[in-house]
Design a protein around this ligand. Sequence first.
Ligand SMILES: NC(=O)C1=CN([C@@H]2O[C@H](COP(=O)(O)OP(=O)(O)OC[C@H]3O[C@@H](n4cnc5c(N)ncnc54)[C@H](O)[C@@H]3O)[C@@H](O)[C@H]2O)C=CC1
Ligand SMILES: O=C(O)[C@@H]1CCC=N1
Length: 263
Amino acid sequence: MEIGFIGVGNMAKAIINGWQKNGVQAKINVHSAHKENYVPYATEHGLYACSDNVSVVQNSDIIFLAVKPLVLGKVLAEIKASVKQKKPLIVSMVTGVSLDELTEALDPQVKLIRIMPNVNVEIGEGMTALVANKNVASEELKNVTELFELVGKTQLLPEKDFSTFVALAGSSPAYVYFFIDAMARTGVKYGLSKAQATQIAAQAVLGSAKKVLHETKSPMDLIDDVCSPGGTTIAGLLALEEAGFMTAVVKGLDATIKKDQGQ
Ligand SMILES: NC(=O)C1=CN([C@@H]2O[C@H](COP(=O)(O)OP(=O)(O)OC[C@H]3O[C@@H](n4cnc5c(N)ncnc54)[C@H](O)[C@@H]3O)[C@@H](O)[C@H]2O)C=CC1
Ligand SMILES: O=C(O)[C@@H]1CCC=N1
């Protein structure tokens, strides 16, 4: 099986790096608009650097679309004829572009899977949603799902829930980094070095996430376990809420969802 990537930016590299760390040995063909960036990356990672997007299609069985939404139309127009002729499996990670829109731009017979990964696939802790159109065989969807199970967790998700998933998993690493950075800056305010404070904050977030995943208790019950009566945590928790913590998080995710839905 040969895999192709059209677009070799942050997300494609996170996926490829994650796969290579986890033993995926398939030949990977790549092309992107920035030769100075993708050619050295291809050499370093043993990938085949194609001279254009059509060569990626002609040489690959599964093609990942990893470009920004704004350039997608141009890319689809470019590869349309070779997709129609070769009938490869197309996997799009382009945010906000539906299976119907992709089908319309390519061909009614095109085999399409839409995914929403996140950058944590690079370290084997990704969260990826997948949905396929009717032309995709269950074995093909299973194969692609397995590629993402190698680098994290997966969920088969109805397409109507993709915008919500973008907020909860696709974009949310940025929000969690923001939270960690805010905690680390507080450490710096009180005299810790930024590196030391970042390590402490990140480990606390990592442990808390693992606890939520492994416990049967809800996050609210876990909060209660940390809050000693009259203690430090309840004082901090109430101050966070007074500053609008819950509302800020919901508003941030609302804005992500609305943007994904083109509102
Ligand atoms: N960065 C992230 O955390 C996530 C990104 N995505 C989606 O993945 C897609 C890619 O995002 P990033 O990797 O962050 O963007 P990026 O800007 O880092 O990479 C985009 C790539 O597309 C290439 N490109 C531009 N025009 C091209 C053309 N005409 N033909 C071929 N390649 C072309 C660029 O050279 C670059 O390699 C987007 O649609 C984004 O919504 C989805 C989930 C998470
Ligand atoms: O910001 C973006 O548009 C992409 C989608 C999910 C993460 N990054």
